[in-house]
Design a protein around this ligand. Structure first.
Ligand code: PMT
Length: 377
């Protein structure tokens, strides 16, 4: 799409899909947070996380959603905090949160970590050490006020929040980073094609979906006994982010695929098309164990957790690790060191603990490059 057509699509999107109710409140919080950390000379990263919904009705009963639980985003946010960043965590409401993720959304209830002792509730022995570690990290981040949590539900809320926060981060220049881990809908129902009330499943009650001359019918409607959903494309806001909303920021996008044979090609295509800094390619089935970095600075680079240090995943397919990387297969494990060099019997490793320090190091180089450019060196 040509640049002016993109801009038209963007303005049309914002005109025809009104802002969410809590946009003002989110913006006020973000302005104060970003301003304070900018004054303190800190790097700020916006981490997006979780899936976006596509409502089918204005008074929403039904919506389209995707698989993302927000594990990548919530886990990465913790490691960015460990690297000294201030983090704006823009996440899908009720998806995983940094720190509390250790005790939510899993197969156990958080009450299973507790016991009663002398009429008081305490954490049981088995979980003391781990919970103390998490609690200390959380308390430090809170004391330093380095984590701002904002939420969205729908694709439209996400896009409005992203644009507002991006514009607030502009004064940070290269110290601002965008880490776009949210699974963003590519198709949606525009406001002007959305029905107000619940779509009826019984023919006797279904509203007439006949469109007037020159107007399109509702995007989601019943025809006979079938539900017809005719979605429209969401403009690729990555382009606007890179070129318009935050042109000096460092931008890391993700590319999710399920077919190993196209992952690297699609990541490279995205880097060329949007001309930002880094695309992290991941496969749905192996995303907790391996990712590929595709960047202008370093070309293609695989990051893998060695097999003896992988965290368990109930949804992954471990035998597919290496399938998208015909050159090295499983040789470049653990951030470039050979698999044989990996210590045996260590605790499980989260891949984000490798991804985030790599990105922070790349960020340092990009800041230096921006500084030398601006000083004319
Ligand atoms: O949450 P988890 O369960 O841990 O899963 C993590 C993850 C697999 C969701 C994450 O690692 C990931 O890959 N996120 C990006 C998924 C995605 O939206 O990929 P995409 O190929 O549809 O989009 C590529 C990029 O374009 C994304 O960075 C997105 O921000 C951007 N985009 C997408 C759609 C859109 N309309 N506009 C955009 O700018």
């Amino acid at each position: 799409m040509a640049d002016h057509t993109m801009q038209q699509a963007e303005s049309h999107y914002f005109i025809s899909n009104p802002p969410p109710k809590d946009l003002k409140a989110n913006t006020t919080l973000a302005r104060e947070f970003i301003g304070r950390h900018a004054d303190e000379g800190r790097r700020v990263v916006l981490v997006t996380s979780g899936g976006t919904t596509v409502p089918l009705e204005t008074q929403t009963v039904r919506y389209i959603d995707n698989f993302s639980a927000g594990t990548r985003g919530a886990t990465s946010a913790e490691y960015f905090l460990q690297q000294g960043y201030a983090v704006v965590f823009l996440h899908r409401q009720f998806s995983l949160l940094p720190f509390s993720r250790h005790y939510s959304h899993n197969t156990r209830s958080f009450l299973d970590y507790m016991k009663e002792e002398d009429g008081r509730v305490v954490v049981d022995e088995q979980h003391q050490e781990e919970m103390l570690r998490v609690l200390r990290q959380y308390a430090e981040v809170k004391r330093e006020n380095r984590l701002l949590i904002l939420s969205f539900v729908t694709i439209t809320e996400y896009v409005w929040d992203l644009r507002e926060v991006a514009q607030l981060m502009r004064p940070l220049g290269a110290r601002a980073m965008f880490y776009l881990a949210a699974a963003v809908s590519d198709f949606f129902v525009p406001q002007d094609r959305m029905v107000e009330h619940k779509i009826q499943s019984t023919e006797e009650f279904s509203q007439s979906a006949v469109a007037g001359a020159g107007t399109k019918p509702p995007a989601a409607r019943t025809e006979g006994r079938s539900l017809i959903i005719d979605l429209e494309p969401v403009p690729k806001f990555l382009k606007q982010l890179v070129d318009g909303w935050a042109p000096e920021s460092i931008i890391v996008s993700f590319k999710l695929e399920t077919d190993p044979s196209i992952l690297v090609k699609k990541a490279q295509y995205s880097l060329n098309k949007y001309a930002h800094h880094l695309v992290i390619g991941n496969l749905l089935a192996t995303r907790k164990w391996e990712v590929v970095f595709v960047s202008e600075l370093e070309g293609e680079k695989w990051i893998r957790v060695p097999s003896n240090r992988r965290t368990k995943s109930f949804s992954g397919i471990e035998s597919l690790v290496g399938a998208a990387d015909p050159l090295t297969k499983d040789e470049t494990s653990f951030a470039g060191s050979g698999r044989s060099a990996v210590p045996q019997g260590e605790p499980a490793v989260e891949i984000e603990s490798i991804i985030v320090p790599e990105i922070a190091a790349m960020h340092t180089r990009l800041i230096e490059r921006a500084q030398s450019k601006s000083s004319g060196a």
